[in-house]
Write a protein that binds this ligand. Structure first.
Ligand code: 13P
Ligand code: SF4
Length: 302
């Protein structure tokens, strides 16, 4: 059955001239069939340079919207419309407008995990891979950082010369990591390197060995001399880490770190998406034009 679906998807993809992009947290069959896998920054960058007129984005809504904003002439499909991100929903347009009114001299840096409307109100976006650099290079000392408080805390630590107002949003998956879990994991695997995502709480970040985006974790796993890794991010990450480093060992930090939204797309959804061209990301032209500058500045930092 799965084999048939895979064949059908490949056939339809060919007929439609489509490309399948997938985030590193997607379920294994989606990762295996994707043309390109990556973190938010890699997928945003790659979406701009594709010849294909049709992108099927296996990830969550803000990622598909980002691809659409950067390539408005393309048809971008998100196979499951309800695949959202609670962190992205943690700040509304009105809340950001109020902050802007209160602090008119501040520039707004928004994590890419935000709505298209919030991006449209931002001076620049960033991902976990380039947040520190984006803030460091910004031509303002005064910054409103939205919406992730943990990423904001980490950036502030790295760029203490900036004055940052940080929104109190968080990712419900990464917020669950606690110090006790980290202590137990270190006791169980004392030789392991601890690599964590900057959406984790400060206590975890402070006691880790490396703080990295999901693509950064893959790079680190390949380059490090360590053979064992404790991984502090969404559990879907372990599949690709193991696949690309079959002789190394990866242990998920603690238990039940699953992003339900990232697991919503299954092979059948991808098949239906290609067959019926659904669900097309549709954004107001005004929003696209207003948000594109902030995203272009993000990808330019690399
Ligand atoms: P990356 O950009 O590091 O892949 O992270 C995306 C994300 O949603 C983390 O929760
Ligand atoms: Fe959003 Fe967290 Fe899921 Fe990433 S892991 S998509 S930040 S809810």
């Amino acid at each position: 059955m799965e084999k048939d679906l895979v064949l059908e998807i490949k056939k339809l993809k060919q007929e439609r001239g489509a490309v399948i992009l997938a985030h590193n947290y997607q379920i294994p069959p989606i990762q295996d069939i994707a043309d390109l896998l990556g973190d938010s920054l890699e997928l945003a960058k790659v979406s701009r340079n594709l010849k294909n007129k049709l992108i099927v984005f296996c990830g969550v809504k803000f990622m598909a919207e980002t691809a659409k904003i950067l390539s408005p002439e393309k048809l971008v499909l998100l196979p499951v419309m309800e695949a959202g991100c609670p962190l992205a929903d943690s700040i509304s347009v009105d809340e950001l407008k109020a902050l802007r009114r209160k602090y008119p001299d501040y520039k707004v840096v928004s994590y890419v995990n935000s709505s298209a409307e919030v991006k449209a109100l931002s001076d620049v976006c960033c991902t976990s891979a380039n947040a520190v650099e984006v803030v460091r290079k910004l031509d303002s000392r005064h910054i409103i950082f939205t919406p992730d408080k943990n990423l904001g805390w980490w950036v502030k630590n790295n760029v203490p010369e900036k004055d940052m107002i940080i929104w109190e949003g968080f990712c419900p998956v990464h917020e669950k990591f606690d110090y006790q879990e980290l202590k137990e994991a270190r006791d169980a695997h004392p030789e392991a390197e601890v690599i964590v995502h900057p959406e984790c709480p400060p206590e975890i970040l402070e006691n880790s060995d490396c703080i990295l985006s999901t693509a950064g974790m893959l790079k680190r796993a390949k380059e490090s001399k360590a053979e064992n890794f404790i991984v502090g991010t969404e559990e879907g990450m372990i599949y690709r880490l193991k696949k690309e480093n079959p002789h190394k060992h990866f242990y998920s930090l603690g238990k039940n770190k699953i992003c339900e939204d990232m697991k919503k797309i299954e092979l059948n959804d991808l098949y239906l998406s290609l067959r019926d061209k659904k669900y097309a990301v549709s954004l107001d032209e005004r929003i696209i034009n207003a948000a594109r500058g902030a995203l272009e500045r993000m990808v330019a930092v690399g």
